[in-house]
Each structure stands twice: as structure tokens, then as C-alpha cells.
Design a protein around this ligand. Sequence first.
Ligand code: PBG
Length: 337
Amino acid sequence: MSAPAAGTTPGPSVRPRRLRRTPALRRLVAETSLHPSDLVLPVVVKEGISEPRPVASMPGVVQHTRDSLRRAAVAAVEAGVGGLVLFGVPVEKDAWGSGADDPEGIVQLALADLVAEVGDATVLMTDCCLDEYTDHGHCGLLVADGRGGLVVDNDATVQRYVSAALAQARAGSAVIAPSGMMDGQVGAIRAALDAEGFTDVAVLAYAAKYASAFYGPFRDAAECAPQHGDRSGYQQDPANSDEALREVALDLAEGADMVMVKPALSYLDVVRRVADAVDVPVAAYQVSGEYAMVEAAAANGWVDRDRIIMETLTSVRRAGADIVLTYWADEVARALH
Ligand code: PBG
């Protein structure tokens, strides 16, 4: 059988492939874009080390010294990333999480370094929680649950977050990001910031943070795996998404300036629902496990690392996130230039 002459075959008159024909056409009609300024780099600084320490489960990620963090921040600013979010690991941990609000605590000191080094050239944010600072690894203060076990005490924990948020604001944080999923944390932090005159310090609420196995590698990085139990008594059940909208609405009513969904990839439906429901910037956190899975598969030669990174980040933006927190922020920002 010979091929029919062009133009004589009956065929579809509507051909979506017309717009996919060349790179220029595809670029022209792309619905989603990725810019360095959309990306936020999470960074971990550890007290008492003299060299940056690789995190085994997150190839390419280190626990920084104050010095290496300063250099990383300068590099991230050069790459044009939208912001940095800072986590700290103290030498001494206790039940109270004392390092979290110590004016000489590692995050406060490292943050002041960054303010001096990069100032407002990028947005300096701080994660506000207790798990990196408690010896038991939970995100709050433990009390007896009356049945022989322990439970995180919501209201006492919120008071600790308030104190940590104030310490971070005093050290120069532009955005406080409460991540502990305690009820009322945003309102209490907002009120305390305002009362101390930090009316311009913004709050990025980890509004819909799920009890996720995808945080595993981060718990190595921040040395904060719970010593007993898990976080499902305060973080959200992966089965729920109406509940995410309720959490988001509450955080906005309490004064959140931006809201976050976390993790990203398994919760893109939640990102979409939140983006449709609110008119504030929506962030999504591509967490440690998402990073580790791609790096591990790529190291085995099973996936094309660079394409997968771009594809996942584009997916998170397509789902409706304005801002993406990702451990690849610096690298991707450079690739985008
Ligand atoms: C809690 C916090 C966690 C992460 C960010 N903030 C850990 C947790 O809830 O167990 C996880 C980040 C990641 O996995 O990349 N302060």
C-alpha cells in the first residue's frame, strides 16, 4: 500500500499537535512558568561543628556551619532565589526546647549573620517549631495524657512558639514560619509580634502540614526524629483534604500572610484546592523524602535527574503554588538563567 498524498487523507481538522511542533511554539503556549524568585531554599545550620556535614539520606545537602551557611546564602542570592528558610540544630537539647528562643541560640546567631551578609537581597525566613530543640524530638512540650502515655500540650507549646518567634524577629527574621500544627499558633504569634512592634514581620503558616513519611530524611538532617510515638496527634491525616481548607481558613483568620501545603507531590490536589480557595500567596514544600527519592533513583541511573527535577517543580506550580520550597532551589535557579 502506498502512502496517500498529503492533503487528501480525511483527518481531524483540530490538531493540538500544531502547537507542539517546535520549541518556540511550545514556549509560546506554556501555561506554567518557573522563576528563580518562586523558589525558597531550606537550609540547616548546626551548632558546634567546624566543617559542613553531608546528610547521608540527602545527597548534596549539608548541615551548615555558620560560615558555610553565609557562603551558601550569598550563592543563593547570586542565583536569584526568592528566599531562604532557616532551621537550626543545637548541641544541647532538652524537654523544653530551650535553644529555640535563646537569643544566643544557633538559629538566632546564624540569622543575624545572614542579615549582615545579604540583608534584604533575598527573603530571610525562619521555621518556628520545637522539634529540632527537644530531646524527645516532638514539636512541643509533653504532658501526661492521663492514660499512662504522653501527649503534646497544645497551649503550653504555643507559648514556647511565641517566645521562639520573638527571638527570631529580634534576630532579623522577615518571615516567621510556624510549622508545629498547634491550634492557635498563628494568632498567638501574630499578636505577640504586633505587641513588640514587629508589625512588618510576616507569617507564613504551615497551614496544611500532613503526618508524612516523606519527612524521614529531614529528620536525619535536623536530628529530630521523635524518640517515641509519631506526629499524627498534631499533623494532618493524609486521608483528608476538607480539613486542609479548614486549617487554612483558621490560619488566615488568625492573621497568616501566606499559607503552605506540605509535602508537595503527594498533595497536589490539596495545593489546587487551597489555591482556588484563597487570595494570599500559596507555598508548597517539596520535602526531604521527595528530594531523596529522586536523588536515589537518579544515582542508580533509573531516571533522568534534571528532567525529573524540572517536571516535579513545574507540577507543583501548575497545581497552584506561587512559591515552592525545595532543596534544589539554588541549582534550579541557576539552571533557569
Ligand atoms: C518541623 C519540620 C519538619 C520539616 C520541616 N519542619 C519535620 C517534621 O515535621 O517532622 C520537614 C521538612 C522536610 O522533610 O524536608 N519543624
